[in-house]
Ligand binder design. Structure first.
Ligand SMILES: *Cc1c(COP(=O)(O)O)cnc(C)c1O
Length: 704
């Protein structure tokens, strides 16, 4: 629990700002906090409440008597206040404050100080909330507060990944416990495993959007039940299903208690699919309708987004586990027999040997299902055609909305400044008029764009050296090796980033297919190439840990260790450093398993160039002038052959296109054609792959 020291009166606006994550995407938000005390800021993982509590009284007094600093605080506060009451961009008849969208997700990546996400899905959900807030779309979000969020990664000296779990202390975070009118903590109840499980509720403010987080870690619960919200994706199948019951059923009960009547329930991935059963139960119980007609009422209100392009990635449970977790009471309240209940989660309702899947349940109970890119929509229609026996695959009613990223969160401050200067003070609004946007980007002088990019690369090199030295010290490495961290990497060299989960289909090992050829690229004296890697392997995935270990072995190889680095503990902060600064972002998924991918979109908005397999969003985004493609897009059935061909294409593209273009300089030392390609990326990709466009698409095509 934070002991809040009294803030000097002139700094009180900071207290108010600290409670709303809006600051994290405001232009001066981060630096106003960091400038109070940069060391504490890093120590407390950029949590503004902890910063205010831990900064010394003397330092606070200094800031409170510094007119220049106070002017920044006031300006930030004023823009916060006007943001909160600004006119919505998006006015819909059906979605209103009284009847908002209820957005359910098992993870939310809003900010690094709120560690409730593991990767892409959570970050996407965080970006969705931020854009809903920016656009003024009425939306409330529901998730879980995990006591231990996703694991923290460290690599041992031999390169093997170790996991640590840091405990989240809600009282230290900028989140409020939600109270009843009488001042007692609001609680909801769900019968799980035939025990009544209570959850308290936390509220995080994300601009104008409220994120509600259910938390079972309270003394009234049985010890086992306190752990329902213990770990994000940490436990076994049973933990998973009880979490999903709490999220879906508990989430609906929470909204009812708060008096919120959503127009639409958005199931972002199948984890929250049980919410549809709770809505059906309400109809059956209060309106006395049979379940069969309750489904129609539920369907009117529910929409589903699937994120998993492979059958195995969909959540499934043994029937016995489902029965045990729900207990017989729930089926009865729905007016269903046990078998009728279980049939809802089967592709073939009559097949009793099938497991209970959340995707079939969600598809059945929602009026709309969509994938997250055009290709993923196609793949999902094939994957789930079996739920519409008799329909041709092209008639399967699964649509798509391609994922996007929240521009103000991901674009570097330096580039943002250029956009404000050359595009418009309100540059985000110009993203909605692509022609004007493209014209304005063309007007940015090459020199300025390149200068900004080079400065960001210098920051990246400093960051790499800093992080590497820290982790070498922590690992007890030799002094000369620690010292060597201070000279690694060169801002002038072509810098390629590769950061993502270490999972089979992401094909981390593709780049290592021909290590000698790779070493020649890296060590070319005139045209060197540098690689920055980051990413976590699932704790139980030994194969992926071996891949990491293979990569980590490089760190002692004198030939490459100055030009290739693995940064431990990939998270939102490292992602921001990388996507804002690299020249090239590499992505080599096995087609068509990258549902969308979003990290490359973050890079594109910053003028970085994608070098990627034509899959997910890049299949739509690539136009031959705004980045690089690997492979042809024609696949045979033979996986080994595809891998070999893609590896060859990757090396050739690097050797013949990427490296020569980067090092082709004019008399002034500028890579004019490269800069032209950077501009093409910003011009053509930023207006399409941002989350304002995505949320607007959801609002127009799915919600209303
Ligand atoms: C954007 C992001 C992701 C998603 O990236 P992919 O393109 O799906 O690999 C994952 N983790 C973090 C920390 C991110 O910022």
């Amino acid at each position: 629990m934070i002991e809040t020291t009294e803030l000097p009166a002139p700094l009180l606006p900071l207290e108010r700002i600290a409670w709303n994550y809006w600051w994290s995407w405001a232009a001066d938000g981060e630096s106003v906090f960091r400038d109070l005390d940069a060391d504490i800021w890093e120590e407390c993982e950029r949590n503004p409440r902890q910063l205010l509590a831990k900064t010394s009284a003397y330092r606070l007094a200094e800031a409170a008597t510094d007119p220049v600093y106070l002017e920044r605080v006031h300006r930030l506060d004023a823009s916060f206040q006007s943001y909160m009451v600004s006119q919505p961009h998006l006015q819909l008849e059906t979605i209103t404050q009284e009847h908002p969208v209820a957005y359910f997700c098992a993870e939310f990546g809003v900010h690094t100080s709120l560690p409730l996400y593991s990767g892409g899905l959570g970050i996407l959900a965080g970006d969705h909330l931020k854009s809903a807030s920016d656009l003024g779309l009425p939306l409330v979000a529901v998730g879980l507060l995990y006591r231990y969020g996703y694991f923290r990664q460290r690599l041992r000296n031999d390169g093997w990944q170790e996991e640590h779990y840091g405990e989240t202390h809600p009282n230290d975070l900028p989140i409020h416990l939600v109270m009843n009118a009488d001042g007692t903590p609001l609680r909801i109840e769900v019968l799980i495993r035939e025990r009544n499980v209570l959850a308290q509720v936390w509220r995080a403010d994300v601009g104008r959007v409220v994120l509600h987080l259910l938390d079972t870690n309270i003394p009234e619960n049985a010890e086992t039940d306190r752990w329902v919200t213990g770990h994000l994706y940490g436990g076994d199948r049973e933990t998973r299903i009880v979490q999903e019951m709490l999220l879906g059923i508990g989430g609906v009960r929470l909204l009812r208690k708060l008096g919120i009547t959503p127009r639409v329930f958005h199931l972002n991935e199948g984890h929250s699919a049980f919410l549809t059963l709770e809505l059906a139960r309400e109809v059956v119980q209060t309106m006395g309708q049979p379940f069969a007609s309750a489904i129609d009422v539920v369907k009117q209100q529910c929409v589903f987004t699937t994120h998993t392009p492979v059958a195995a990635g969909n959540d499934e449970f043994d029937a016995s586990l489902v029965t045990r977790a729900f207990g017989p009471g729930y089926f009865k309240e729905l007016g269903l027999s046990e078998d009728e209940f279980l049939a809802l989660g089967r592709v073939d309702p009559a097949n009793k040997s099938e497991r209970y899947g959340l995707t079939p349940l969600a598809i059945r109970m929602c009026r709309s299902t969509n994938g997250v890119s055009r290709k993923h929509g196609e793949v999902s229609r094939v994957l789930w055609q079996k739920l519409w026996p008799g329909k041709n695959v092209e008639d399967v009613p699964i649509s798509y909305i391609t994922n996007g990223v929240h521009a103000p969160t991901w674009v570097s401050l330096l580039l943002r400044h250029l956009l404000e200067t050359h595009v418009d003070q309100d540059w985000e609004a110009r993203l909605r008029t692509p022609e004007q946007w493209a014209e304005a980007i063309a007007r940015i002088p090459d020199e300025e764009l390149w200068m900004a990019h080079m400065q960001l690369k210098e920051r990246l090199v400093a960051f790499i050296r800093h992080r590497s030295a820290q982790s070498r010290i922590a690992a007890g490495e030799r002094a000369d090796y620690i010292e060597a961290a201070n000279t690694m990497f060169d801002p002038a060299a072509l810098t390629i980033g590769f950061a993502r989960r270490v999972a089979g289909y992401k094909r981390w090992n593709l780049l290592l297919t021909d290590q000698e050829r790779l070493a020649r690229l890296i060590n070319n004296e005139d045209r060197p190439v540098q690689f920055v890697f980051a990413g976590k392997a699932h704790p139980q995935d030994e194969g992926s840990k071996l891949v990491l270990q293979q990569l980590a072995r490089w760190k002692y190889d004198p030939a490459v260790r100055q030009r290739a680095v693995f940064l431990e503990d990939y998270d939102q902060e490292i992602a921001r450093q990388l996507v804002q600064s690299v020249d090239v972002w590499l992505n080599v998924p096995r087609r068509p398993q990258e549902a969308s991918g979003t990290s490359g979109e973050k890079v594109a908005i910053n003028g970085g160039l994608n070098l990627s397999i034509l899959d997910g969003w890049w299949l739509e985004g690539y136009d031959g002038t705004n980045g690089f493609a690997i492979g042809s897009g024609n696949d045979t059935a033979d996986v080994a052959k595809i891998d070999a061909r893609d590896a060859e294409s990757l090396y050739r593209t690097l050797e013949l296109e990427v490296v020569p273009l980067y090092y082709a300089r004019d008399e002034a030392g500028l890579p004019r054609q490269w800069i032209a390609m950077m501009k093409r990326a910003i011009q053509t990709l930023a207006p399409k792959y941002n989350s304002d466009r995505m949320v607007e698409d959801y609002a127009q095509k799915i919600y209303s």
